[in-house]
Design a protein around this ligand. Structure first.
Ligand SMILES: Cc1ncc(COP(=O)(O)O)c(C=O)c1O
Length: 468
């Protein structure tokens, strides 16, 4: 396999507005650390030679050499064969647990799941008497997932369901089944990063279409579909991650019709669809329209630790998914499937608990952010996992780095894009328990104050950046 590498121009684009008022080499090293830590520059990626990066950034080679030296010292850069350098995650950092995790929007298990787990494992001997894993999914679980679609207004049979190891796995399987190397795939900007990475890993060339908290620019989306005729389009129409937007039924019809005309398969990610905190009623699942592939999960509504997700699609496509699957995994564990089936039997009650909990956390987060950051644009969210917060400067990555240094893991808005845009945004999840939310907002405020102090400091050798 060829080694991943990033060119100087691509790295410059990812760096964005990286100067933050400190010595230039310090700011450069810190931004590269952030890109490595949040995965925008994956570990083992070869970085450009010092001379090339210096030219691309319009800086001296000495500056870039000093930044690379600092990165080597902190364990973020290692030498590789020949004369190159590759990104690395220091062992301590890879293992380190931050004080507060705002990077993953993953709630702990829904209250009440412990009793369900115990009940589901009552007849453990029967479960242990079988091989305990399978490629397609337990028939009882597939029937329950199908019934849930039917109850939501989309008649579904178990043959239209394959159980996966979470939605992420489902996206990877869809990407590998639908996409051939070099095919175009449309993704939203911003979007769930591991979603676009799943399609990228299958060899797709990604094309983007914008989403804001106000929703989709459907004219633009239809135009991109018509112009680029992508093989697939990856959409999150219900409580879009990260913006929280939901696509109105009329827009769904228009997007669906345009995708049909372009020969594009819509891959609709409903991982966050059950997290409704007070949205006006819609018209049910997107896949009431024909030809749509849906990905679902119990990860947010019940527990991510179950690693139970699924694909709903035509049996013909699912047969190809299953055929492609065994090369990388041999199936979903039976015990988790039993627990998932038992949880689905009680899903309405569990969702009532989950949404009440998320409503409280959302309210605490919204109030805390508005109190601490009166100049930020903190939205009202009617569902999903987090707030897509507008900063009063394009400083998302500098702030994420400063927060990380204080023990708060958080992703800059740019992490959710394929083009380094959205530096004016930060996704702040409301999935953590209230004390962690409060602590996290406090750390964020400390980081923001430190950045302001830095840029307000008398200059001397410092260049006052225009980012804060
Ligand atoms: C939109 C979206 N899709 C997929 C996933 C992955 O979910 P799972 O834990 O089921 O793999 C997430 C998790 O953060 C998500 O937000």
């Amino acid at each position: 396999m060829s080694e991943p590498r990033i060119g100087a121009a691509a790295l410059r684009a990812l760096l964005g507005e990286w100067e933050d008022g400190r010595a230039v080499y310090v700011a450069l090293a810190e931004r590269v650390r952030l890109l490595i830590a949040d995965g925008r520059v994956p570990a083992r990626t070869r970085l450009p030679a010092e001379r090339e990066l210096a030219a691309a950034l319009g800086r001296s080679r000495t500056t870039v050499a000093a930044a690379y030296r600092a990165l080597r010292e902190s364990g973020h850069l290692v030498s590789v064969r020949g004369s190159g350098s590759a990104a690395a995650l220091p062992a301590a950092e890879a293992a380190a647990s931050s004080v507060v995790d705002f990077a993953r929007a993953m709630p702990p298990a829904v209250p009440g799941l412990d009793a369900i787990v115990r009940r589901a494992l009552d007849d453990l001997p029967a479960a242990l008497a079988a091989p305990g894993f399978d490629l397609v999914g337990d028939p009882g679980l597939r029937a329950r997932i199908a019934d849930r679609y039917t109850a939501r207004g989309l008649p579904t049979t178990p043959e239209q369901i394959v159980v996966t190891l979470g939605a992420q796995h489902a996206l990877g399987l869809c990407a590998r089944t639908l996409v051939r190397r070099g095919d175009r795939v449309l993704v939203e900007i911003p979007t769930y990063p591991y979603g676009y990475e799943a399609f990228g890993a299958a060899g797709a060339r990604l094309v983007g279409t914008p989403v804001t908290r106000d929703g989709w620019d459907v004219g633009r989306l239809r135009d991109v579909l018509a112009r680029t005729a992508p093989t697939a389009a990856y959409l999150i129409p219900d409580f879009h991650n990260p913006t929280g937007a939901s696509m109105p039924p009329a827009d769904r019809d228009r997007v669906h019709a345009a995708a049909r005309r372009a020969g594009t398969t819509l891959v609709v990610d409903e991982t966050t669809a059950d997290l409704d905190l007070g949205r006006p009623p819609g018209d049910g699942p997107f896949a009431t329209r024909p030809g749509v592939v849906t990905v679902g999960s119990l990860g947010k509504s019940v527990w991510g630790g179950l690693r139970i997700g699924w694909i709903r699609a035509d049996p013909g496509l699912l047969a190809r998914v299953v055929a492609a699957r065994a090369a990388t995994d041999l199936g979903t564990p039976a015990l988790e499937q039993r627990i998932a089936a038992a949880a689905l039997d009680e899903l309405p009650a569990l969702l009532a608990v989950r949404t009440a909990e998320l409503r409280e956390r959302r309210d605490v987060l919204t109030a805390a952010l508005r109190a601490r950051f009166p100049d930020w644009d903190v939205p009202d969210a009617d569902g999903g996992v987090g707030l897509w917060v507008g900063l009063d400067a394009p400083a998302g990555s500098v702030l994420a780095a400063a927060a990380q240094a204080r023990g708060l893991a958080i992703n800059a808005g740019a992490r959710f894009t394929i083009d380094g845009s959205c530096e004016r945004f930060l996704r702040v999840p409301f999935t953590a328990p209230v004390p962690q939310i409060t602590r996290g907002v406090g750390l964020l405020a400390e980081a923001w104050t430190a950045l302001r102090d830095l840029t307000a400091a008398p200059h001397g050798s410092r260049r006052a950046p225009d980012v804060i």
